[in-house]
Structure formats: C-alpha cells, structure tokens
Design a protein around this ligand. Structure first.
Ligand code: AMP
Ligand code: MG
Length: 424
C-alpha cells in the first residue's frame, strides 16, 4: 500500500523484491471505488442504438399515447346507448354513413341513428362512443342490423390510455429493454439521453509476451489477458481499446500510461513485487496510487490509483499478469468500476445460487479466496488448482465462490454462494 507522509506527499513504499507488508481489504477496495467513481456524463443516441443503454435522465411523457380515441376492433362506430335492447329477436337498424380507416378519419360528426364502418386503430368519429364488433352486426345496402348491444366506451382505446402526458415513464439509470425503446418511439422521444460508455484502455506489459493470434514459441508466451479483458469489458458495456504490448521498461510503461486516452486504464502485468514490476511505481510518480496489494487470493498484487487532473481523474487498475489473478481482479474491482462508470450495477453480473458444498473447502484466515468450482447434482466441488497461472482452471470451472477473509474454510454440506460464469 502507498501511504501519505506527514507533509501530505505520497510516500511510495517500493515493495519490489520485498513483498507486501500491508494489504488492503477487498471491502475497502470496493468502498474506495464507490466513493470515487460516478456514472459518466450523458450523450445522445438515436432510438435504434438505445436498447441496452442506460438512461441518463428521467423521461416524462411529452404527449398522450394514443393521442386520440381509436377503435380497438374492426366493426362499427356508433352511440352505445342506441344499441340497448338489440338482440337476435329484436334486431335494430342504423344507417352506415361512411368509413373511418387508420389515419383517414370520418370527417364529420355522426348523428343519431347513424354508424360508421371502422377498422382497428382508426380514429373514433365525433358523435360516437363505442365500437360494435363486425360479427355482432350485418351490413346490407347501407343498413346495419345489430344483433347485440354494446355499451358506451366498449372496444374504444381512449386517448392517453396507454401513457398519459406528463407521467414519469422511465427513471434515470434504467437499462433500456427492447420494449422500452418501443415505448420511447411511441412517445416520439428521440434522440435518447444515455450514460456515455466508458472507453477502457487495455495495456499489457511483459517482455515474454507475443500478441494474441501468434503461436507460442521458445520461451515466449502468448498474451491471453488482453484478449480476455477485451471480452470482459465488452460484456460490461465498456468500449475496449487494446494497446500494443509494452516491454518491461519503466519509461515504456510510463509512456503507455500517459498516452492512453480513455476513461479507465487496465494495466496488466508488472504490478507485483518483481524487479521488472514498474506499474505501481510509475503510477505513484505520475498520478495517485491508492491501493497496491490486496488481501485476496489469487489477485494479491492488484491495485488502483488515479491519473490526470483532480476533476477528471481516471482510474487506473493494476491487474496481475497471472491470468487467473487478472480475471479475479477484473471480477472484483475493474468490472464493478467499469459498470459503475457506465451507470450500471456494481454487483456481480453473474447468475448466482446458494448450494451445498460436496467436499471440504480449506482457506487461510486473513484473506479472501476466489475459488473455482464445479457444480454437479446440485453440489459444489472446489477444483484442486495449482495456482493462478493456469487459466484453464477457469474454463473447467462452472463458476467461483468467495471465501470470506475470516473463514478457515467450510465443511461438506455447508451452503455457499456460487457465481456462474455462464448465464444459462
Ligand atoms: P507479472 O504480473 O508480470 O509478474 O506476470 C506474472 C505471470 O503472468 C508471469 O508468468 C507472466 O509471464 C504471466 N503473464 C503476464 N502477463 C500475461 C498475459 N498478458 N497473458 C498471459 N500471461 C501473462
Ligand atoms: Mg511481467
């Protein structure tokens, strides 16, 4: 952890080759994110791009929907009270004086003893108050024989019946569903004010790395983190921007951080205590390093700080290079931050369930554990893993669970909360 000296200057503890002395608690990390990060400013998008976006403002109905009284069935518009008493043995007769079609209303008021043929969605003519369904009448040479009565208001969609002008239709921070954008269309609301999606720079560091898409060769490995982080950022509705791989040189790490133009920076690798781990030092020099080292396995080298002027400081996440740790640091810290900036929920985006443990789970007191698990027959089996470098442990897993800091482990049969990587 970085600390502040008495002069208020950031006194950076160089942990390289010494290890972490103090580790931040996971809860403190999350609390810091909540206090420092707010949803981004709004932008306008067209209706066609609005589904899935988060509303930035309340939406009040600017008009009634529908904007006029209309037929809810095909039939005849008439005065309901004139039909009282109509029946199979007492057919009544009205004169059909015209037709009302959608967007082509019958133009003059209807008088007593008259009816207008009308189609669903067509404006109800002045002077009428009900629609008699077509099957309840017979029309012959301009005469309508009614076999059923219809009460005033029947089969009429009233003006404002769907949405009344001035009502609160959606509150800010709602994630727009497909039917929501349909409603916005019906209200004539376009463009739509939504929260701007955060642009997320993904910077991976490491002399050993080859870009995603290359074949591993010799002592060089292929960068899996940027490929994985890009997909995670997309899932959380951020706009990923993947930078070229940065070598393990302090100036290169520094330049990459300074040049990244984005709302959030994820810097993977070089965040631990090795001699080539420059990211925390560089961040402390050019910005503010708030947390470095977390009581969390397997992401203990994770950290966070801020870069840029105080009013527009961008969060910078130190992501461990080990791919499992990187995923864990994303799930617990970077993901919630990106979602919060985008106006979304900070909660885990994973489906979860409370299920019994199939076997004993051992954990050390003093840190939270992110444990990959399989679920079969409704029981949770922790996967025996050999640490944070084997990413395939997360592909074999159905999900993960979090063992709280103060737990020594859990016994078979105890109920645990599992987060599933898949939503189905
Ligand atoms: P570091 O955090 O840079 O010390 O890296 C820790 C371990 O993760 C090392 O074995 C690295 O080779 C590996 N590693 C670092 N970055 C990546 C990456 N982008 N993709 C896959 N493995 C990585
Ligand atoms: Mg490295």
């Amino acid at each position: 952890m970085a600390d502040k000296s008495s002069s208020g200057e950031l006194a950076f503890q160089d942990v390289r080759m010494r290890g972490f002395r103090d580790r931040a608690e996971v809860d403190d990390f999350v609390a810091l994110l909540k206090s420092r990060l707010q949803p981004q400013p709004a932008e306008d998008v067209g209706l066609h791009e609005a589904a899935g976006r988060v509303l930035a403002t309340d939406v009040l109905a600017p008009c009634d929907v529908p904007g006029f009284d209309r037929a809810a069935m095909d039939g005849y518009a008439l005065r309901g009270e004139e039909t009282f008493g109509a029946g199979a043995y007492n057919p009544l007769e009205l004169e059909v004086v015209g037709v009302s079609l959608p967007a082509k209303p019958f133009p003059i008021p209807v008088q007593a003893g008259q009816a207008v043929r009308i189609m669903t969605g067509a404006p109800l003519p002045a002077g009428t108050d009900a629609v008699l369904p077509a099957e309840s009448a017979e029309e012959n040479e301009g005469k309508l024989r009614l076999m059923d009565p219809v009460s005033p208001g029947r089969h009429v969609g009233r003006q404002g019946e769907d949405i009344k002008k001035g009502t609160l239709v959606f509150q800010a921070e709602r994630m727009l569903r497909p039917q929501d954008v349909g409603v916005l269309a019906s209200l004539g609301v376009s463009p739509v004010r939504v929260v701007r999606r955060p642009v997320v720079s993904i910077i991976v560091t490491g002399d050993e790395l080859l870009p995603g898409g290359a074949k591993p060769e010799g002592f060089r490995i292929v960068d899996s983190n940027s490929v994985m982080l890009e997909a995670l950022v997309r899932r959380d509705d951020g706009l990923p921007k993947v930078h070229p791989i940065v070598p393990d040189r302090r100036d290169a790490v520094r330049d990459a951080m300074l040049e990244a133009e984005s709302d959030v920076l994820l810097i993977s690798g070089g965040s631990s205590v090795g001699q080539e781990d420059h990211a925390p030092r560089v961040l402390a020099e050019i910005g503010e390093l708030c947390i470095h080292g977390v009581a969390l396995r397997p992401a203990s080298p994770a950290g966070v700080g801020f870069l840029g002027p105080a009013d527009r400081a961008r969060p910078v996440f130190l992501m461990p290079g080990n791919p499992v740790s990187c995923l864990c640091a994303y799930d617990l810290f970077a993901g919630p931050a990106i979602r919060r900036l985008g106006g979304r929920s900070i909660d885990m985006p994973y489906r979860s369930a409370s299920l019994p443990l199939a076997s004993k789970l051992v954990s050390a007191v003093g840190r939270m554990d992110y444990v990959r698990v399989r679920v079969s027959d409704g029981h949770v089996e922790p996967l025996a893993t050999s640490g944070a470098s084997n990413l395939s442990s997360t592909t074999r897993a159905d999900g993960f669970l979090l063992v709280p800091r103060d737990s020594e482990g859990q016994a078979p049969g105890e109920i645990v909360r599992v987060y599933f990587y898949d939503n189905e």
